[in-house]
Design a binder for this molecule. Structure first.
Ligand SMILES: Cc1cc2nc3c(=O)[nH]c(=O)nc-3n(C[C@H](O)[C@H](O)[C@H](O)COP(=O)(O)O)c2cc1C
Length: 302
């Protein structure tokens, strides 16, 4: 039984990773779980310069998930290299650094700056819904420019994170593939909002945010299914994955890797449990490699 997965140069010991923004930079979780039991940590998104993020409140709970409007709060590239990367390296798991930019210079600076040991791959987040501007991953030209630039200046395995807030996410996956992405990651959160009826105002300081958690799972699953039909590069799936059953559904729909996101706020050991559960499933069903079940819910892929 073998649940190892390879995406370009990135070799994961199992197909479970942490969704960006729900696991910090791994430090707090490393005190609770052994990070070598998961495939990789995907860090909180970093930008070239520090960002304060959006005004509070930045999170509201919903009946089956949460809406966040963090707005890419982070301390910037220099701080990441100086203060975060060294501890990430010690965790004996792969490190996928999530990056976001606002102009060509940002993409170049992040790509060059992260061409260092200890960074195993980049996840290019083109899909944050909380920046009060058009999402890059809603525009094919901007998407191709960003992917092209990072591909040109980075030597690392490149994963492109797509937005579900489009009419056909598979078309954007195809653009990413054509511009040199090694994999696509989907989905980021869905535009959403809540009203605080006590204050008679939007519950979030930023008014709108992004919905995640169990509520989005069936929609995200359908998007993974659609993208698998369209592209040849591997898919990293996120969207309400909370247990091994959810993870297996995404794998059978076409995901090579699954990421645990909002569930980390509810169950801090979920990613390890999902990884062990996948191995148990493979064992029990005498399936030799994970690859045998990736996309098996499809009739046949040409
Ligand atoms: C509080 C919070 C912060 C997030 N921050 C980021 C981020 O910085 N970068 C990113 O690409 N995605 C971010 N996301 C999106 C998640 O990585 C994930 O794609 C999404 O939540 C769907 O997965 P889930 O339903 O399992 O949470 C964030 C999600 C949450 C809930």
């Amino acid at each position: 039984m073998n649940s190892k997965i390879k995406i370009a140069k990135l070799e994961l010991r199992n197909p479970v990773v942490t969704a960006s923004g729900t696991f910090g930079y791994g430090k707090e979780f490393s005190e609770i779980i052994d990070l070598k039991d998961i495939g990789a940590v995907i860090t909180k998104t970093i930008t070239v310069y520090p960002r304060e993020g959006n005004p509070a409140p930045r999170i509201v709970e919903t009946p089956s998930g949460m809406i966040n409007s963090i707005g890419l709060e982070n301390k910037g590239l220099d701080d990441f290299l100086k203060n975060k990367l060294c501890s990430l390296k010690k965790f004996k798991t792969k490190v996928i650094v999530s990056i976001a930019g606002f102009c060509n210079e940002d993409f170049i600076a992040l790509s060059k700056g992260l061409n260092v040991a200890g960074v195993d791959a980049l996840e290019l987040n083109l899909s944050c819904p909380n920046l009060n501007k058009k999402i890059i991953a809603q525009n094919k030209k901007l998407t191709s420019q960003a992917v092209y630039l990072v591909r040109k200046y980075s030597k690392k395995t490149l994963i492109v994170k797509l937005s579900p807030n489009v009419s056909d996410i598979a078309e954007f996956a195809s653009v990413a593939e054509d511009c040199g992405a090694d994999a696509v990651s989907l989905v980021n959160t869905f535009y959403a909002m809540a009203i605080d009826i006590g204050r008679k105002k939007p519950a979030l300081g930023n008014i709108i945010g992004g919905l995640s958690g169990p509520a989005i799972k069936p929609i995200a699953l359908k998007m993974v299914f659609d993208v698998f039909k369209k592209v040849k590069i591997p898919i990293i799936a996120s969207g309400g994955i909370a247990d091994v059953k959810d993870a297996l559904e995404f794998i059978m729909a076409g995901a090579s890797v699954v990421s645990a996101g909002s569930i980390n706020f509810v169950n801090t050991t979920s990613c390890v449990e999902i990884a062990k559960g996948i191995n148990r499933y493979l064992d029990k069903n005498k399936i030799k490699t994970l690859k045998q079940i990736i996309g098996c819910a499809h009739e046949k892929k040409n």
